[in-house]
Design a protein around this ligand. Sequence first.
Ligand SMILES: Nc1nc2c(ncn2[C@@H]2O[C@H](COP(=O)(O)OP(=O)(O)OP(=O)(O)O)[C@@H](O)[C@H]2O)c(=O)[nH]1
Length: 542
Amino acid sequence: MILILYKRWPARQSRLDDGDARASANHPTKVVPGRATFPQAVVRWRRLPTLNGRACRGGVRWRRPHSALTPPAPCAAPMPTSQFLSESQAAAEWRELIAQTRPAARAVLAAAADEQLPGLADLFYEHMLADPHASMFISNEQVRDRLHASLQRWLAAVLTAAADDMNGLIALQRMVGDVHARIGIPVNLVARATRRLKRALYDALIARMPPSDDRSSALIYVSQATDIALEVMTASYSRSREQSAKTDEAYRLFSVMQNVGTERERQRAALLDWENAFVYRIAINAQLDELQKMAASDFGLWFHHKGQPAFGDSREAQSVARLIVEIDEAMDAAMAAAAVPQSVEPMAARIALLNLVRDAVGQLKYLLGALFEQIAELETGRDALTHLLNRRFIPTVLRREVVLAAQSRTTFSVLMVDIDHFKAINDQYGHDAGDLALQTVAALLVHNVRGSDYAFRYGGEEFLLVLVETTESQARTIAESLRKRVEQETISSKSGEGIKVTISIGLAMHTGHPDYERTISAADEALYRAKKNGRNRTECAF
Ligand SMILES: Nc1nc2c(ncn2[C@@H]2O[C@H](COP(=O)(O)OP(=O)(O)OP(=O)(O)O)[C@@H](O)[C@H]2O)c(=O)[nH]1
């Protein structure tokens, strides 16, 4: 494992402490019906479970669910779970392994964990850094500063795992897999380096223990426990990679897709043409075998060759494919029935077919509309209200910026911006005024950063800015100038009232760590402090 683990979360007070209703599970953030809200923004601050006190000493903490950054695409085909051991199976297997491991073997493993870890971590990273692909992501300095200690913590957790600690242990493996996926460390490389690690551990145990049942038990534990850990990691790595591949692809489509509107009209018309021809032939009592199959129609061909690849493996696309097959099968069945003399009353069979086809085509029209709507959103790739970039592209952009920063030896900053007391603006002036405030702040943000920077709508009244190639002091200056610029603005409501808004900003620098989520988390923590310390201010994570 490259093991870029998260630092222990600082035990911080919950947003409940400052009387913030949105932090309360009993007071979930309101969603404005029919408004440009984000599904992710609905659950903005939530209680995260602890990793058995390891990852979160404070017991619980409140934070925005960053994992939602890579949105749970409703369209994503789930990873076939049978390919991977499920986490509960893995936990059960691990518990059983612990129960079967002899106490003396466990004691030796714990001692080995204590003594051997630094050497083992050296060996692991030596191997990793020899690989040109991995070394692109992990500089020696980073390994020394952060990753070395993370790997040691992981190895200690695996070697000294306790049965009652299983949820945390499994969650740890899942998190490592996710982090590897975000950074782009290939799973085969991790598996290879882990083999080296295992080999070294075997050697250490063999040197430490004479041949005995205890030694065998310790060796079996090392072998099986690392395998289970790796399997959980790999499953979560694969899911994350699949998801990010979809988002990258969406970004690519967003960049290159043209004429979605024209295509939508063309295919709607093709579907209608087919339906009209079908109804006409039924009406004139034409032979059923003269009817064109849906799969062979203009629409069917287009969907098979172009639509399906463009829409991906979404549920809607799968439903379209299924309906096309169902229509054609119903036509085959009706033809077969008509061919058998006196088997069915011919008119009844035709009417049954007509009803089925009309119903299926109705569904197809609806599904087609939904699919094109999704693609149209991709085409713009922008939030409809503010015209800022859609937050789903944050991982794609930040992954690239991490690589560019490493190549050019520069850094970038992340600003988490949140409008203060925005709910009060909605309440006092109405949601139209709230929308106008959002648009105004968004425009001010975009127009007061460089063209090379990125501005995303992150949640309801929250924005994320990425300032490329900026130093700490430049980022601080830009953040403050944005804050002041918004403070100076007066927004005119429809009723002519002047609305004043302020923003709070959390600022974090990319530190060279390849996991961009760390930077977002740091900016998020800083924003939390800015809110807590009075709002209309910038707080830095450094
Ligand atoms: N008008 C409008 N309101 C929105 C939109 N999206 C979210 N909101 C509202 O934004 C408000 C955010 O309120 P809170 O999360 O309590 O935050 P706040 O009032 O800004 O308080 P602080 O952030 O703590 O200063 C909620 O009332 C949401 O309903 C939108 O697209 N348009």
